[in-house]
Ligand binder design. Structure first.
Ligand SMILES: [Zn+2]
Length: 682
């Protein structure tokens, strides 16, 4: 889901792009390299980039945009495809030798970028460039580039820099240990076969009983979530959640203490007071104080909705258990699922018939082409890395404007989530943007209609939002400003906003057709789908903000005397209406503390912005191109060449606000018996 995550994790530190103009326009996988050829081409790209940087640094003249920034740009361009192709190979290639070569290549390019990010001579050279005649975009880029150097401590004296590098290494090692402990500490929950009552048949079939009639379940995700949603046994759900919330405990409690201490020391060496200051410095939110205010504000805004959700869960529980006074943490998902089914009359399985993969793909491409004013065409002659991958071209004003690949179905050895993989970023001198949409959706096999759940359709649309963003961001001179300097807390907003089209009956009527009868999805089913999805939004926000507050609170202070458990339990008690479970240590298994550290708030921040951006559209005319084209022009096309807040303002004509999100949060959920207002699909 979270786009660019892989890309930004890789590039966030030292960013890329590539140079040989001869590479430009050449499809990503044109030479169909084997492992050896891939390694050679990666090494050649790194060597070229290094030569360009050496030439830049050796230039004796006064620093200018042309002799310094333009050559730095060339170096980034030279190596960009080295990373993209290696990343592609590591995640998507069917044979393990090429995957391994890809992994090595990724590491080599990342090492090169890290070298640039820590280079004092490069920092001094870029800092010395005379910008008096430079345009605003260039000045903005240099300011951001220099800040990134400083966030890496490049401006510090040599001794401090050595300590910073050592701390970064130990932080990386601690993060790996933390994640590995979570992966490896898989606990077993013993159940009677009868405890599986309520679970889907395929789940039960995957967990046959032993000779003694018992079943062993694990705390791995695919075992846990169906139990929490569907198991009728309260005791099984309780034991499962208890085991799940104690993953990697106690091992990770110590690791987390060390990690928090190391991050704090690093922050101090960089001249900040806490790690939360460092982590928010390059975000839209700017400071931990603003992040804290944001969390408070969303918590307050969700009070009524969360109370309403909780009351519904409790009321439904009381019908089965008269006199019940509380909903326990292990009951939340279960009763929510029951209420969704009964009160909102929505059966997630039934809508699948309207979402066969091929129609959904056609529908999403048609929709985005129509609203954004581009067209897409298959390009079967473009080389791909697997027969199931489709190459496509984006055409704008009659010109080829970008290229993308759809790698949409699971296969052995393939990256198992959904993401947009990097290809090439577009610039205004005509570099051809390319991107790869990777997913693991149903379909792709002869005879299988590939019926998708609506969550799958949402994922497809979400990721396509990232893809169209990356392909559209081609107006800047500097590749780093195409997408790579985009604030992390903005990056999800355009994709989250595009998800809104999934709730539009007129949009769905164009492609969501029953795979057997060809009938379009009934509008009232779309409305019920939306209502059922909205149910629980108050408690969902509280849960997300619980994570966000824990992530911030652990980092927004000195680790001296920190008691993890009291921080976590205090936040849970303040934000959630469920009685505490006792003796659980959720934070030990909270892997986002590695990637996000202090800024887990970002996903909610993006969704507040997404609601605001969507307020620039007329919900009755979502298929009309006007607003969408203006949005593409003002928000997507500039990429990261201006602060996100500025782009939003350019589109909406005012600074961004919470109003739309708060309005949505205040909307009372409408239950199944309520009348469905239906427009005729058009
Ligand atoms: Zn995303």
């Amino acid at each position: 889901m979270r786009y660019l995550l892989s890309l930004l994790l890789a590039l966030g530190g030292g960013s890329p792009s590539w140079a040989q103009q001869s590479d430009n326009g050449v499809p990503l996988w044109a030479d169909r390299p084997d492992a050896a050829a891939l390694t050679r081409s990666t090494e050649r790209r790194i060597a070229n980039a290094r030569r360009l940087i050496d030439g830049l640094l050796a230039d004796p003249g006064p620093r200018t945009v042309e002799n310094t920034l333009a050559r730095y740009e060339q170096a980034l361009r030279a190596v960009e495809l080295g990373y993209s192709r290696a990343h592609l190979a590591a995640g998507l290639l069917p044979d393990s030798a090429t995957r391994a070569a890809g992994e090595k290549g990724e590491q080599a390019v990342k090492r090169f970028w890290a070298e640039l990010d820590l280079s004092r001579p490069l920092y001094d050279a870029i800092g010395a460039v005379d910008l008096t005649k430079a345009d605003g975009e260039t000045r903005y880029w240099v300011a951001k580039r220099l800040r990134r150097f400083r966030l890496n401590g490049v401006d510090k004296p040599a001794a401090a820099r050595a300590a910073i590098v050592a701390l970064r290494d130990s932080i990386a090692a601690l993060e790996q240990t933390f994640s590995r402990n979570i992966l490896e500490d898989v606990d077993t929950v013993d159940a009677a076969a009868a405890d599986l009552d309520g679970l889907p048949a395929d789940y039960v079939a995957r967990h046959p009983a032993r000779a003694d009639g018992r079943v062993a379940l694990t705390t791995a995700y695919p075992d846990v979530f169906p139990v929490l949603s569907f198991a009728r046994s309260d005791d099984l759900r309780r034991r499962m959640l208890f085991a799940f919330n104690n993953r990697a405990y106690p091992a990770n409690a110590g690791v987390l203490d060390s990690l928090l201490a190391a991050r704090y020391r690093l922050a101090q060496l960089l001249g900040y007071s806490t790690w939360a200051d460092v982590a928010t410095a390059d975000k839209m939110i700017e400071t931990p104080h603003n992040a804290s205010v944001f969390i408070d504000r969303t918590v307050a805004a969700s009070a009524t909705a969360a109370a309403h959700d909780h009351a519904e869960l409790l009321a439904r529980k009381r019908r089965d258990q008269p006199g019940a006074t509380a909903v326990h943490p292990w009951e939340r998902t279960y009763w929510a699922q029951v209420v969704r089914k009964e009160a909102y009359a929505f059966d997630a399985q039934a809508v699948r018939a309207y979402f066969p993969y091929d129609s959904v793909q056609r529908g999403i491409l048609d929709l985005t082409a129509r609203i954004f004013g581009v067209s897409f065409r298959r390009a079967p002659e473009i080389p791909v890395w697997h027969p199931s991958v489709e190459a496509w071209e984006m055409v704008e004003n009659g010109q080829l404007a970008g290229r993308f690949y759809l790698d949409m179905h699971p296969r052995a050895g393939k990256y198992s989530h959904a993401a947009v993989f990097p290809g090439r970023f577009g610039t205004r001198d005509g570099r051809m943007p390319e991107g790869i949409l990777v997913a693991n959706l149903p379909g792709g096999e002869a005879g299988d209609p590939g019926l998708m759940e609506y969550g799958d359709v949402r994922t497809f649309l979400h990721e396509f939002g990232h893809l169209i963003h990356a392909l559209s961001a081609n107006r800047t001179r500097w590749t780093e400003l195409s997408m790579l300097q985009l604030e992390w807390d903005f990056i999800e907003a355009p994709s989250q906003m595009l998800e809104e089209w999934l709730w539009d009956p007129a949009t769905l009527a164009r492609f969501a057709r029953h795979y057997e009868t060809g009938r379009p999805i009934p509008a009232e089913l779309v409305v019920r789908m939306k209502r059922a999805t909205d149910f629980g939004k108050g408690l969902d926000v509280r849960r997300q903000m619980t994570f966000a507050r824990i992530s911030l609170a652990l980092h927004d202070r000195s680790p001296e005397g920190l008691a993890q458990d009291s921080v976590v339990h205090a936040v849970e008690a303040a934000y959630l209406p469920f009685p505490p479970m006792g003796d659980t240590h959720f934070q030990a298994g909270f892997d986002h503390l590695t990637g996000y550290s202090a800024y887990y708030y970002t996903y909610m921040w993006s969704s507040v912005i997404a609601k605001d951006l969507f307020s620039g559209f007329d919900p009755a005319r979502l298929l009309a191109p006007g607003a969408a084209r203006a949005y593409r022009e003002k928000v997507l096309a500039p990429g990261s060449s201006a602060p996100a807040a500025q782009l939003i303002q350019n589109f909406l004509g005012r600074p961004f606000s919470f109003d739309a999100w708060e309005r949505w949060m205040r909307e009372e959920p409408t239950r199944a018996e309520a009348e469905v207002p239906v427009r005729s699909p058009g």
